[in-house]
Design a protein around this ligand. Structure first.
Ligand code: BES
Ligand code: MN
Ligand code: ZN
Length: 509
């Protein structure tokens, strides 16, 4: 689905051709390979560094085409600041930066000599670098027709594309081993991005369910619940959202039992999968409505995560549950003022049909707890525009009834760069969703919209259940460019939850 190239690894001394990338720390202090090439080329690299004021700072480069005295098409010197201070996120981002420099136009092969000024980079860091490079290469070109591709090519001076990325390092064997889980992560993130980027005419609830069903080839137990099953379960809040659409609602349950019976109850990950959110009868304004094809990013993350866990055979029991609906106006649509009885038995007054995500999640969260008695429940949802008002696009909103779980998630966010910011819950906020006619209403008034939405979800969480809600409306879709992502859908949450699971839920033996 994309130009993504999986990097391969080779020893430092392996031959190189095409485009060659070397590094320098601040100073600039050149790496051994950079120094050697500088020598062979009689100082071309150091001269160019001097002329351009290159100091080895991050995001500084020296870019030479057909460097004199060398057989390469292009030689790039990349700054890395102080290597000893680089976190694994820094290595990931550096990989993304370098991948961003490689168009393939000069040559189909790129050889990256990843070393610091003082020596070798740890295998785990080389692996992070390679993951960053692979993720940055993602593009969504599915709907560029062949004719279009041909036309755009003829306007370029060179039609070559990048074919191969070789990362030269001290111990390729150790790096390949360290990279194995990252390969699975890249695949999971790619799957999540693909789902988010897909237009809603192609990806409705049934089509999304079919994609999730494909996880069974990786050993995941997948069940697809259709209308009859959902009615029988009493998922009326979820069904009410989907009733205006010609496309029937679905719920998909994905079980990965990587820890076996000894692993005990699973961790449950629940995702909002509104394949398109028009707002329903409380119709959204036209401007920007096309973005609502991404209102299933929570569900996309769940599918990407379960795919990733199964691919790397994670020693964890995890269940993914996604509520797939299309929120449309129409003769069968729900009305503002309607009262529905959710699966939990609680009645909900629907004041705004555009506050639909919480209704979908209400039934999925309840179902997850009733059926699986999970260790913990985490849900992801593009739930409110208000979370972007509060946090912009840098952090996702985190709500939790459990400090330990919340802190684990915040740490995982810092480690992966998928950052979370905790927002409050509390009885005073809960009052905002009290209804005159039913147990609760689905909107909480003008202020604190993300919090009242979270309070609504908490009404469907059992007393002692550790639970966290991630409001990813600002981070999962319509994404700002980063070193490791240039796509509209970011795949937010897959790396975050992979980290949480590896650190805290996976069996060690
Ligand atoms: N899917 C939207 C939230 C959203 C907005 C996600 C923008 C991504 C970008 C959600 O269903 C919604 O419409 N929320 C309303 C709630 C309101 C009606 C209480 C909102 O945020 O305005
Ligand atoms: Mn909505
Ligand atoms: Zn929505």
């Amino acid at each position: 689905m994309s130009d993504q190239i999986v990097p391969s690894f080779a020893v430092k001394t392996a031959p190189a051709d095409g485009v060659v990338v070397v590094f320098a720390e601040e100073g600039p202090k050149l790496s051994a390979k950079a120094r050697a090439l500088d020598k062979t080329s009689k100082g071309v690299l150091s001269k160019a560094a001097k002329i351009t004021g290159f100091k080895g700072k991050k995001e500084q480069t020296v870019d030479l085409i057909a460097p004199q005295g060398l057989k390469f098409a292009r030689l790039v010197l990349v700054g890395m600041d102080k290597a000893s201070a680089c976190s694994s996120e820094d290595w990931l981002n550096l990989g993304g930066t370098v991948r961003g420099l490689l168009s393939g136009r000069e040559a189909p092969n790129a050889h990256i000599f990843l070393e610091t000024a003082s020596g070798d980079v740890k295998p785990a860091d080389v692996a992070s670098f390679a993951l960053g490079a692979q993720l940055r290469g993602y593009t969504f070109k599915k709907y560029k027709s062949k004719a279009q591709k041909k036309n755009s090519k003829s306007t370029k001076t060179n039609e070559q594309t990048l074919k191969k990325i070789v990362v030269h390092c001290a111990d390729p064997k150790a790096v390949s081993k360290a990279f194995a889980p990252d390969r699975a992560i890249a695949q999971g993130v790619t799957l999540a991005r693909d789902l988010v980027n897909e237009p809603a005419n192609v990806l409705g609830p049934a089509e999304f369910a079919a994609r999730a069903k494909m996880l069974s080839r990786r050993g995941v137990q997948v069940e697809v619940l259709g209308l009859a099953a959902l009615r029988k379960l009493g998922m009326n809040a979820l069904l009410a959202v989907g009733q205006g659409s010609a496309r029937p609602s679905h719920v998909v349950v994905m079980q990965w039992k990587g820890a076996g019976a000894k692993g005990g109850e699973p961790i449950a990950i629940v995702g909002k999968g509104v394949t398109f959110d028009t707002g329903g009868i409380s119709l959204k304004p036209a401007a920007g409505m096309e973005e609502m094809k991404g209102d299933m990013a929570g569900a996309a993350c769940v599918v990407g995560l379960i795919d990733e866990l199964a691919t790397r055979k994670a020693k964890v029991n995890a269940v993914g549950i996604i509520g797939l609906v299309e929120n449309m106006p129409g003769g069968k649509a729900q009305r503002p003022g309607d009262v529905v009885t959710a699966m939990s038995g609680q009645t909900v007054e629907v004041l705004n049909t555009d506050a639909e995500g919480r209704m979908v999640l209400a039934d999925c969260l309840w179902y997850a707890q009733e059926r699986f008695k999970p260790k913990a429940v985490i849900n992801l949802a593009t739930l409110t525009g208000a979370v972007m008002v509060a946090l912009g696009k840098e952090h996702a909103g985190l709500f939790s009834n459990n400090d330990k779980l919340a802190n684990w998630l915040i740490e995982a966010g810092q480690a992966t760069g998928e950052k979370l910011w905790r927002l409050p819950l509390g009885p005073k906020y809960d009052k905002m969703i009290e209804s005159k006619v039913a147990d609760i209403k689905n909107t909480g008034g003008k202020w604190g919209g993300s919090i009242s939405a979270a309070q609504f979800l908490q009404r469907f969480i059992k007393e002692k259940m550790p639970w966290a809600h991630l409001d990813i409306a600002g981070t999962a879709m319509s994404s700002v460019d980063s070193e490791i992502n240039r796509s509209w859908g970011s795949g937010f949450g897959v790396r975050l939850l992979d980290r949480l699971i590896t650190q805290h839920y996976e069996r060690r033996t």
